[in-house]
Design a protein. Sequence first.
Length: 207
Amino acid sequence: MRVVTGTSRPLARSGFTVVHLLVLAAILAFVVALLVPMAGRLRERSDLAHCKDHLRRIGTALLLYAKANNGNFPVSATVENPHLDVLDCLMASHVSPDPADFYCPAEHRPAFSSSQQNLKSGILGYYYFSALKLSTSTDPAMSKFLRSSVSWPRKLNPSMDPNTWIMSDIWVSSKPTAHSGYKKGVNYLKVDGSVGFVAESPRQQFH
């Protein structure tokens, strides 16, 4: 009896341990499946908040520039990059924000991300809507709404309707924006220096 009992216990203990390991693995997989999307959403919200802060600081710089320049914002050659003229105006007036503020932290495409080369070339991570014309190119990705429904030139100043957009995240037709957690998420800077957000279809709220 002792021999039989002694040989059966390790078998039972071994099988019980394997079952527990399988259950534990399943629980861990379930927890990870819950936490990964949650972490992504938290990162998205953090980037969205930082992006708003960047635009607010740019807005402060633009308002200071306008105050010292007959109430007018700088006028860019085009809505799209490069924006050397805008950067030159702000830097010449010593009101330029931190260079990193000219780029959305959620924007990971090298063509619009923060880098010394991009800044030197006047390539920013935002559209600037106080411009002479829409574009110097025929880029088909540019929103059809901006091409067909907005009148250019568009020279802005702080005395206009405070809801007028002066700058925003880059948005193009049929493609997600940098804030991909939303259908068409766009932060936008208004001429009064405040920042708004539209979760989808920016053209419906563009002002």
